[in-house]
Design a protein around this ligand. Structure first.
Ligand code: ADP
Ligand code: MG
Length: 424
């Protein structure tokens, strides 16, 4: 391998030479490699030894990507960034798309997954270096040079983003999967899903936590957490079942600052011909291998996706308020779960918005599950949740989240090393 200068990022551009002027900027060393055959391209790449590869739209990028994704970090250069192009690109192993003209900061934001929000982030012509075919004069604009503006992202930082697409493969964990469910809506499933995932991620920063929104009709997790659902559970249909080991799972999730990886629900309406139980199975079985904890938020239905989730779950928390309608649904679920052969030991009843005048013994007469957690109505969390804020910092609510986290991981959070329990 050739060594490269530390101060520049070495970029191989798979494009025709006419596109050269679309690539510019300091900190970068571009090497244009026109696409002839794949074999020749691979040989040229060995010689160039780039930090990253940018594929042009006209150079068969999706086919080329499938050949290169395991070895290189890839970006797709486009004239017009569009969500569909982005989806197709990440589905074949490309890390992101970068809008032309390509600049250093464009590459940075594409690698950091922010390119859609930060269009034209670096548009200063004064700092532009045009690359041309050898011996052609530089365009006029490039000769006018003033003091370069302050560089926003240091090159060392961007190097951290560059890693082989397969970095996560072969980490075979057996993570724990927990889900919150009831065929009644408005009982707190989403409140507990989001806050439990974020709370456990906060308690154990070294552990990987995924939050999946399988409420196919009213899924709101992405909105709630303020992420654009560029990737949804439906995007997983593009991962070939027999190639899942070679796919960078991180490309099929959205990273959230709360320290969790989110898989938003598909955009409704979704029917089962499109989002099949095979896709749901692929998602859950794969995530369990890559994450220490997978939290699944479910909708108030009995769709296929629910059955698949119940099957993969280590703990099913049936969330119910103490009103008759909500308890009645749980009561019906007892028989349904029995019919579905769901192991009753993994089902827990989480009584939420509990009212003091409710007779717990009476409830237990009809519902045979453990009741390990009873949470009162807390006005503050209702306000927080309804304004799309996490509730995990609310003093009162935190006590219950702590108990819930302890239940999920198996012991009291004050003790050390108990998280290993997650890897059964
Ligand atoms: N313990 C609680 N105290 C106060 N409000 C709660 C509590 N649990 C849930 N809520 C409120 O109930 C409503 C429904 O919660 P949500 O999690 O969206 O339910 P689901 O996902 O089951 O439909 C939200 O407004 C939420 O803030
Ligand atoms: Mg919900």
């Amino acid at each position: 391998m050739l060594t490269h200068e530390k101060s520049t990022l070495k970029v191989a551009v798979v494009e025709d030479c006419f596109s050269a002027r679309e690539y510019r900027g300091t900190n970068l060393e571009y090497n244009i490699i026109p696409l002839t055959t794949l074999t020749e391209l691979k040989e040229a790449l060995v010689t160039v030894a780039p930090d990253i590869i940018i594929l042009g739209e006209n150079s068969n990028p999706f086919e080329v990507a499938t050949q290169l994704k395991d070895k290189y970090t890839l970006l797709l250069a486009v004239d017009e960034p569009e969500i569909m192009k982005w989806r197709k690109a990440v589905a074949v192993g490309i890390r992101g798309i970068v809008e032309k003209p390509v600049t250093y900061e464009g590459i940075v934001s594409a690698l950091q997954n922010t390119s859609h929000e930060t269009r034209h982030i670096y548009d200063n012509e004064d700092n532009v270096v045009y690359i041309e075919e050898p011996d052609t004069p530089l365009p006029r604009g490039a000769k006018v040079r003033r003091e370069a503006p302050q560089r926003i992202t240091p090159i060392e930082e961007i190097r951290k983003e560059i890693r082989p697409a397969i970095s996560l493969v072969n980490q075979e964990k057996t993570g724990k999967l927990v889900t919150f469910y009831n065929t009644k809506g408005g009982v707190g499933k989403t409140l507990f899903s989001i806050n439990t995932a974020a709370y456990i991620a906060k308690l154990y920063p070294s552990k990987k936590v995924a939050l999946v929104d399988f409420d196919l009709d009213f899924g709101d997790v992405a909105n709630f957490l303020g992420v654009e659902p560029k990737i949804t559970a439906l995007s997983w249909q593009y991962i070939p079942d027999n190639d899942i080991k070679n796919v960078n799972i991180e490309n099929y999730l959205i990273k959230h600052p709360a320290g969790i990886w989110i898989l938003p629900a598909p955009i409704p309406p979704i029917d089962e011909d499109i989002f099949t139980h095979n896709i749901a199975t692929k998602i859950l079985s794969t995530l369990k291998k890559h994450f220490d904890l997978v939290v699944v938020d479910l909708g108030p239905t009995l769709r296929d996706v629910i059955v698949v989730t119940l099957d993969h779950a280590d703990n099913v928390f049936l969330v119910s308020t103490t009103n008759i309608a909500s308890l009645r649904n749980v009561y019906d679920l007892v028989r349904i779960f029995d019919g579905l052969k769901v192991n009753p030991d993994k089902i827990k009843l989480l009584l939420n918005s509990f009212k003091k005048n409710v007779d717990l013994q009476e409830i237990k007469k009809y519902i045979p599950y453990d009741v390990p957690l009873i949470v009162p109505y807390i006005k503050q969390i209702e306000d927080l949740h309804n304004n799309y804020n996490l509730s995990l910092n609310d003093k009162r609510f935190k006590v219950y989240l702590e108990d819930l986290a302890a239940l999920i991981v198996g012991r009291k959070p004050v003790e050390r090393g108990f998280f290993s329990f997650l890897r059964r």
